[in-house]
Design a protein around this ligand. Structure first.
Ligand code: PLP
Length: 361
């Protein structure tokens, strides 16, 4: 059976290897996973309780409009519930952008070494990818603005970007937005929003309030520690949300995930601790990597791109045999690098010791 044009050029998404798979394949136990930018503290205890409570109701369909979660999120973010769409992870919201707005004759702009899902969305919906060069390790918003044509439909910006961890600034964003025509949708993918601690990080909500064609995506997968629940959201003006809702599957966010997300939102202390452990772990890892003489990219997220003088795949495989799963990133144009998620102090230590052993072997 022949698929739609373009589908055969798509490589299946390679996620971080699950712990169980490595256990099965290598026959080792005591494995840590620092490969998918998950929260090493786990979910909030409040979210865990909500998950248990909600489990008794899973004979029922969820509220397809997620009324209560939208109320809570709207108050938390500072928007109206009509400016919110929920997704099965923010990934689904990115996919919905494609389903709703991208046709085969369109051009979709994103940067090289940007989060892979933008390329997938462009390919699945048959659009032409316009891939702009990076400025060092950062997405070049001027190059993106220069790439806009009459065919441009969507611009995807990951801020911060995965796997580089770099962010684009407020000034760069303002300059881009001044050049974006009204029939182009700008997607600000802010999956790591809560980790960023820089004064020049752009607040994108004002674009929404000004009525610009933007969609901001955020997630419960990262700092809220709910990656396995699959729940994320998009923020946009009501007419965009209403249009995307026509395409969205009616029960795309399950009942347990909605309950978990509501509880997680209430646990500000867990978010604060997660920020703290990440900042502290980042400082420790920078110091250790410096001492090992390794180059890395300074990160605004909960992960670090680290460079080697040998293939990242090799480093990753050798670490895996020591029970430390990290992510090789050759597919992002970094054949000699890996991406490591910042873990607990114990996990970071295991990674560092494992890396020292691997590099000394
Ligand atoms: C930049 C970026 N955007 C979006 C996502 C999707 O996350 P989720 O679908 O779990 O919300 C990720 C996940 O790694 C990411 O790194």
């Amino acid at each position: 059976m022949r698929p739609k044009p373009g589908i055969e050029t798509i490589q299946p998404y390679q996620g971080g290897k699950p712990i169980e798979e490595v256990q099965r394949e290598l026959g080792i136990s005591d494995i840590i996973k620092l490969a998918s930018n998950e929260n090493p503290l786990g979910p909030s205890p409040m979210a865990l309780q909500a998950i248990q409570d909600a489990a008794t109701q899973v004979n029922l369909y969820p509220d397809g409009n997620a009324y209560y979660l939208k109320q809570d999120l709207a108050a938390h973010v500072g928007v109206d519930p009509e400016q919110l769409i929920l997704g099965n992870g923010s990934n689904e919201v990115l996919q919905l952008v494609g389903e709703t707005y991208v046709s085969p004759s369109d051009e979709v702009i994103y940067s090289e070494s940007a989060f892979v899902v933008y390329m997938l969305v462009a390919k699945v919906f048959g659009a032409k990818s316009i891939i702009t060069p990076m400025d060092g390790y950062t997405q070049d918003l001027r190059a993106m603005a220069d790439a806009i044509t009459d065919q441009t439909r969507v611009i995807f910006i990951a801020n911060p970007n995965n796997p580089t961890g770099t962010m684009v600034t407020k000034t760069e964003t303002e300059k881009l937005m001044a050049r974006v025509p009204d029939d182009v949708l700008v997607v600000f993918d802010e999956a790591y929003y809560e980790y960023v601690d820089r004064p020049d990080y752009p607040e994108t909500l004002p674009y929404l309030h000004e009525g610009r064609n933007v969609i901001i995506t955020r997630t419960f997968s990262k700092i809220y520690g709910l990656a396995g629940m699959r729940i994320g959201y998009g923020l946009a003006k009501p007419d965009i949300i209403e249009t995307m809702n026509r395409v969205r599957q009616p029960f795309n966010c399950n009942l347990v995930a909605q309950a978990a997300a509501r509880a997680a939102l209430k646990d500000a202390e867990h978010v604060r601790r997660s920020q703290e452990i990440n900042a502290a772990g980042k400082a420790v890892l920078y110091e250790e990597l410096d001492q090992m003489g390794l180059e890395y990219v300074e990160s605004e997220g909960n992960f670090i791109l680290v460079h080697f003088d040998r293939p990242g795949d090799e480093v990753s495989d050798a670490l895996m045999r020591k029970g430390v799963i990290v992510r090789p990133v050759a597919g992002y144009g970094f054949p000699n690098s890996i991406r490591v998620t910042i873990g607990t102090p114990e996990e970071n230590e295991r990674f560092v010791n494992g890396l020292k052993a691997v590099l000394g072997e």
